[in-house]
Write a new protein. Structure first.
Lengths: 245, 509
């Protein structure tokens, strides 16, 4: 067992734990924090079904962003859609036998690798070219794009420039899932790729990547427009009524 | 101190996003509230010595009470979608008036004190300490936001800068750094009963005079009753309606509608104000206390229906918050809510907007109009932000857009829409909302009105529009003041019920 194998095994256990626990803590915190007032951005759906549809359109189609700015929308949906396909394609490293539909996704996932990098390049370009967005960009905004682009490019490099032994890579990850560490191929491209992925998992719960769970808890999007029909009262606000009118 | 000289922005035929002009509005700020004003509301009289730690504590407190604040401070990815959506940015070019940058004034401090990344790598994630400069920026730029929610329409996560602004003002108030205009007005509501400080007897006088004026105009005895026990409807309206121009013409319109429909109604000297500046300063206690006056008046007078006059933020508070704060609404099953809700007539929406009442009567054929009486007017409609993006009318989403327009079309022959993207949920704030309608902010108010003025100019030039109807007391006051800066006639703004008033038939004289 090489030192690198042990390093990456430990790294991925740690990264997974941080991602899962970190996100769970955040999600529980969001869920437990009350929203004392009804503040959906109107016009808003009047019932739960409509709210679910609004959220679906927001998450799957980026509806508000579409209304807002077509360039950001186009690069944004290109990147996120491609990322989804790439992630689905990667399920083959974690399933044995590979689920049949993951097989179908493979060719699309391959092209999506390029689309993802193009989307990222577009989003990154705006941070330099558009004065307003340059003004609001922090170093971490650039680093996040660099991290994602690095993951995409190192992945593409392994597919098209310097192959690695993906059968062994799969054995490594299946092994991790059974707590039975298998040797990881020694390959600089793979090391880079995996390090960046682990880094992304680790920063997820502490960064703006929280927009992913956050959107589901956004009161302006997830509340139904029915304040006249239903009394909405946060626990801390209800206390005020008990103490004195 | 007089407001500094400034140039009214040029109206462009094809509005453009301005280039950034750093610190263009760094001198713009409202007067700080004096000791007495603050203390009357339970805030420290002046900036407390340990303001930094107190402010951070308050932020921590708000983060526990408001999910909106917590999620919105976390979720922003700096995508830039909101950067060209704020009327104050479009009018001033000051980058701190871009919604994301306005939020970042607080987000930086949040990251430094409440997130691991900001504690470990402040520079990397744009985290900052709450220095005196940052605090002053809060004071300036959280008083350059009208809480209009236009940015929240366009944000992919629905981040509402109004929530951040409200939290910012709440923190500032909690350390004795509040804004004079809003806090003084809240004091007046508690002491006298309305924002304009009009005492009960003066109000009674005004209403009497109004009855005489209408009698003289129309020959009909339209009543403007106050404190009538057992009336069916309690009308709660912004106090500007009692004497400001053009507001009073809409009040006359409400009176005529009730008269023509034969509905018994009353105003209340106790609740002689629909406005609720507690929302503007983001203070739940004040928001609730001010709203409770309406509940108490309704219980005392024994009314069956509660109707709200033409006022944007008041309608937001009434529609969205009254049920929560005071039980005015339906569906409550706790004793507090049931006490009031069992008194109300639930065949009607509670509370109802005066436009809902009027439109309902029109549909039932209870009102008749001489539409020609409005033929000297070519009318357009300015959607007020709090009505458009924070409330509803009628049964279906978007009723807040359709119902006022339906009324206008029912009472006037000539109606024109302003450009898409400047109306309905994308409407531009008048530039004076959210507690900024004060003289020392006139530069901000004029510049913030630019996007609306550009849209108005288009329909004035192309279709001859000479009347912009709106249903908000602040919009009316703001436009009356600002229109002349753009070479428009200040008299071209008015209420929807002003148009109703002109055309309505009052029956036998």
């Amino acid at each position: 067992m090489s030192a690198a194998t042990i390093f990456f095994a430990v790294l991925f256990y740690a990264a997974t734990a941080i991602l899962v626990v970190g996100l769970a803590v955040k999600i529980v915190d969001y869920a437990r924090t009350p929203a004392p007032l009804k503040i959906p951005t109107t016009p808003a759906p009047t019932g739960a079904g409509g709210v679910a549809l609004r959220m679906l359109r927001e998450v799957a189609l980026f509806e508000s962003l579409f209304k807002s700015n077509l360039w950001i929308w186009a690069f944004g949906i290109l990147f996120h859609g491609a990322l989804l396909l790439v992630l689905l394609r990667h399920l083959r490293y974690f399933t044995e036998p590979v689920w049949f539909w993951v097989g179908w996704v493979q060719p699309f996932g391959l092209y999506a690798g390029f689309a993802m990098v193009v989307g990222l390049a577009g989003l990154w370009g705006r941070r330099f070219l558009v004065e307003r967005i340059r003004y609001i960009s922090t170093p971490s905004d650039h680093l996040m794009l660099a991290l994602l682009a690095g993951i995409g490019l190192s992945g593409l490099a392994m597919k098209f420039l310097m192959h690695t032994d993906i059968v062994a890579v799969k054995a490594f990850f299946l092994g991790l899932m059974r707590f039975d560490v298998q040797p990881l191929p020694s390959h600089p491209g793979l090391y880079v790729h995996l390090t960046l992925v682990a880094l992304l998992m680790i920063v997820f719960p502490f960064s703006k990547l929280l927009h992913a769970p956050g959107v589901f808890f956004s009161p302006s999007r997830n509340q139904a427009d029915n304040p006249r029909e239903q009394r909405h009262l946060a626990p801390w606000a209800a206390e005020m009524e008990k103490s004195k009118a | 101190m007089a407001a500094a000289e400034f140039t009214t922005p040029e109206m462009k035929d094809f509005p453009a996003i301005p280039a950034l002009q750093r610190d263009a509005m760094a001198e713009s700020k409202p007067y700080v509230a004096a000791e007495k004003i603050n203390e009357a509301l339970g805030f420290p009289g002046e900036l407390v010595p340990d303001w930094e730690s107190k402010a951070i504590d308050k932020m921590g407190d708000l983060l526990k009470k408001y999910r909106s604040l917590k999620v919105y401070l976390d979720a922003c990815v700096h995508c830039g979608a909101c950067t060209d959506k704020c009327h104050y940015f479009l009018g001033t070019g000051d980058p701190k008036n871009m919604p994301v940058a306005r939020q970042d004034l607080m987000r930086g401090v949040y990251r430094r004190h409440f997130t691991l990344a900001g504690k470990l790598f402040p520079k990397l994630v744009g985290a900052t300490e709450l220095t005196r400069d940052v605090l002053d920026d809060w004071y300036k730029y959280y008083n350059q936001c009208s809480e209009c929610r236009r940015c929240s329409v366009f944000c992919p996560y629905g981040i509402d800068t109004a929530e951040i602004t409200m939290a910012g003002r709440e923190i500032l108030d909690s350390i004795g750094y509040g804004q004079k205009y809003s806090n003084e007005i809240i004091g007046k509501v508690h002491k006298i009963g309305n924002n304009l400080g009009l005492p009960g007897p003066a109000l009674a006088n005004t209403l009497e005079g109004l009855e005489e004026d209408v009698k003289e105009d129309t020959g009909v005895d339209v009543k403007f009753p106050m404190d009538v026990q057992g009336a069916e409807v309690l009308l709660v309206t912004p106090s500007a309606d009692f004497f400001a121009e053009p507001h009073i013409d809409s009040l006359i319109g409400y009176g005529k509608v009730f008269h023509a429909a034969g509905i018994s109604w009353t105003l209340s000297s106790k609740a002689s104000e629909a406005g609720n500046f507690g929302m503007f300063i983001g203070n739940y206690d004040q928001l609730r206390k001010i709203a409770m006056r309406i509940r108490e008046a309704a219980l005392e007078l024994g009314v069956k229906r509660i109707v709200v006059g033409e006022c944007g933020h008041a309608w937001r508070v009434a529609y969205s918050f009254w049920n929560t704060l005071t039980g005015i609404g339906a569906g409550g099953n706790d004793p507090f809510a049931v006490q009031l809700q069992s008194q109300l007539d639930h065949r009607y929406k509670q509370p109802a907007h005066i436009c809902e009442v009027t439109w309902d009567l029109i549909q039932r054929g209870a009102l008749k109009f001489d539409k020609d009486a409005n033929d000297h007017r070519i009318v357009t409609f300015h959607d007020s932000c709090n009505v458009a993006r924070a409330s509803r009318m009628g049964d279906a989403p978007g009723g807040q857009f359709e119902i006022p327009r339906n009324i206008i079309r029912a009472v006037a022959n000539k109606y024109v829409e302003m450009a898409p993207g400047t109306t309905r949920e994308a409407t531009f704030c008048c530039g004076g909302g959210g507690g900024l309608l004060t003289d020392e902010l006139i530069e901000l108010r004029v510049k913030g009105a630019l996007p609306r003025m550009e849209a108005l100019k288009q329909v004035v030039d192309q279709q001859g529009v000479n009347f912009m109807a709106t249903i908000c007391a602040i919009c009316k006051a703001q436009f009356t003041k600002v229109l002349p800066y753009y070479k428009f006639n200040r008299g071209m703004v008015g209420g929807v019920h002003q148009l109703v008033s002109t055309a309505i038939r009052l029956g036998d004289k």
